[in-house]
Write a new protein. Sequence first.
Length: 750
Amino acid sequence: MERQPRRRRRPALSCLECRRRKIKCNRNEPCSHCVAAKLQCTFKVYRDEHTARHETSRGNSWRDASNSAAHASTPSTQVSQVGSIKPIAEHNIFVPNPHVAESNSSSTAVPSEQNDTPGTLGVSGVQPTLRPHDVEPGLMGVLAQIPEKPTAASPMPIHSLSDSGQDILARRLKLKGSETVLNKTRILGWSLRIGRAKEFTPIVECYIAAVGTTKGNLPSDPELAALYTRIWSLLQKCKTLARGTKVTRPSRWLSSPEFDLAPPSREVADEMATSYFRSFESTYRILHEPSFWSDYERFWDNPESVTTALRLKILIVIGIGSVITEKGEKDAGLRSMAQHWIYAAQSWLAGPLEKDRLNVSGVQIYCLTLLARQIFSVGGDLVWVSAGSLINTAMQIGLHRDPKNLPTMPIFQAELRRRLWATVLEMALQSSLDSAMPPRISFDDFDTEAPSNINDDEIDESTTILMSHPRSTYTSTSMQLILVDMFPTRLRILQILNGLNSELSYLDALALSSEITDNYRARSTFMKENEKAGATPFRRNLLDYLVRRFLIPLHYPFADEARTNPLFYYSLKVTLDSAIAMITPEKDEAFTRLLAIGGGMFREGIRYALSIIPRELVAQIETQRNDGMLGRNNQYIQLLKQHVKDLIAFSVERIRQGETNVKGPMCLSMIMGQVESMEEDTPPNLSIARNAKESLELCYDILRKRAGITSSPNVDTTEPSPTGMGDIQENFELDVDLDWEFFLPDGGLS
């Protein structure tokens, strides 16, 4: 018997502020107490939630989920009457007494009304509905204690206060006009912008000094001059080796290559294909497993008789599955074969005006190819461009229309189309986040309903009646439905972050963040309870990764403000916790292999961590040094140090696995050198340069072994001499795999 939701026997009639202050409300709009205190007066409207909680065989349409939220006012609108909207940087905030914050953190929170209907697609909607009283009671308590203006009897604070705490929450940050960074030929993604921080200035100065050695600009210190010269020499050698590893890529060939589409042995193929269905298919529902295995057997029975589409589908599934297996990790030949299969699939999809690609099977191959490209770093950071083509292809075959609005088709085909459309939207969403570009989709563009909560073995081409399980039952579609539930909120985040003239208020950020965390927290418990049913650690890690990374760019604009304004500390904590969580997932060897090998969105999460954690370490040491507390309380700093050391080891492992970004471990090592000099109160240049040289020597040795080179590391390679700082990006362009931008201010050195 389904547990009935708890209901209030008698709705509260007082306004939220009077309830919080526990005083009698006269129920006027606004009430007298709120007028006297100059507060926003808000009444909560109660409804019969039980009548709204019904479960259907499928979720409501995505359009219904969007429309139900579109009429709700945004938090920033609800508090905008308190004061004018001004840039947050224009206001100096009086720092509240920490004891006041502690006393208010225990105040009673007013529960926010949430709609967590099991059968709906995130009915909480695109527009957040949290009010100031619903957000972080401790934070609101602090804000309530901040006076709007200092009284004559009270001492003047160091920084004059021009607005109340609610004005601060309503303040909007303009995101795009000043934040768009065009580097080389592309706009930088969020992970690269986040790293542009003043804390990394000594690192950039060391790099500039190393570049200057090619023009004879040497420091007076002989040891430092030798280190800078060696750093630049090693960077050039690594560049040469990195370019050499890319010469054999099919995309570099002028003529159309003949791809080898021969599969590995049956034993290896079986293991890899099984691995795929145990991992990625849980979140990206692309294939119907029983149908795939039937086609798979037909392929092995008579390989020459199958179509090119089926051959490519099977080979890419094998390739993706090889990434997370121990055998695939050690077999470089299999990885090379998989990369050629990806190129072959991409070439097949790009065939000139071939209509046989415009079907469900073609969209399945497209989705598999985009996923494989990110895993194997085959143009993984350009997936947003291809995702737009994927959306167009899916729409061309009608996936954006619910099957009930199309000519009659079998239930099996209808359900497969709903799953595939949800996967297309998820890929568009993730690629939009990575590229900092618009998601190219809105709720006005489709009416396809959510997939049913069923297992693959419960439906086939002969199915005539579909019985969907309640959402409390774990099935092979459960994880996709969790992503679907959070799609509206994540889409709204991207529309704000990547919109042309978007603005983001702190209250909006808190509300959107709360939508995600509250929704995911409940689902996280559900997944852990169903580990034996199929919610394995890999699947939980992947789902966590796909959801959590949206919180970092959402909160980062305010996290940056938190270093001078403690009211935004929550955003700083969210970004740091999320970055640490992404590099310390639940223990699972397969997922660890994925992070060590994967590109695209899997590398973007690592970039977030590369920027956020080291910056926090440097900032904490700088703060303790300025306060005279350095060395007294090392527990937190030691924890951050360990995370940075783990990142260094992880970055080096990525190079062993095929990455060419030697600057990642180099920069992290330089930061550790900077930290050591700060703790010892010595000039940072020498320590930073030593660490950079040692890191580059290690990376160069790894690249040489990968390339099969046995010559001495002291043998110089051809080193182009840049004629000026403006030539650094042109003459030192290793390609998109070798990014320096995430540690550079203003997106470049020119």
